[in-house]
Design a protein around this ligand. Structure first.
Ligand SMILES: [Zn+2]
Length: 94
């Protein structure tokens, strides 16, 4: 028996769950979500850990605008330019 923890609907804040389930199938659509907000037609995927839960919006539900924040690029570490090793002066030719 698996118990999916309680969540809150991201739209209206209504509680969803907790849900007991024998098996927890992966949820890829709203209908497969075990925790759903029928009013908003938003489902939460069946992950147990909060960090892995995604919300799935049923067809026709406008998604809230997401702020497109590009992943911050790792600060490029400018390695100190390697100084060219001083080359021995070529021997003077006679
Ligand atoms: Zn809701």
């Amino acid at each position: 028996m698996v118990i999916l923890p309680k969540l809150r609907c991201p739209n209206c804040g209504k509680g969803m769950g907790p849900i007991k389930a024998k098996e927890v199938p992966p949820a890829n659509t709203y209908d497969e979500c075990l925790r759903r907000c029928p009013r908003c037609r938003i489902g939460a995927t069946n992950a147990k850990s909060f960090s892995k839960i995604k919300f799935i919006y049923a067809d026709g539900v406008p998604k809230p605008p997401t702020q497109a924040t590009p992943p911050q690029e790792a600060a490029e570490q400018d390695a100190a330019p390697e100084e060219a090793a001083p080359q021995d002066a070529p021997p003077d030719k006679p």
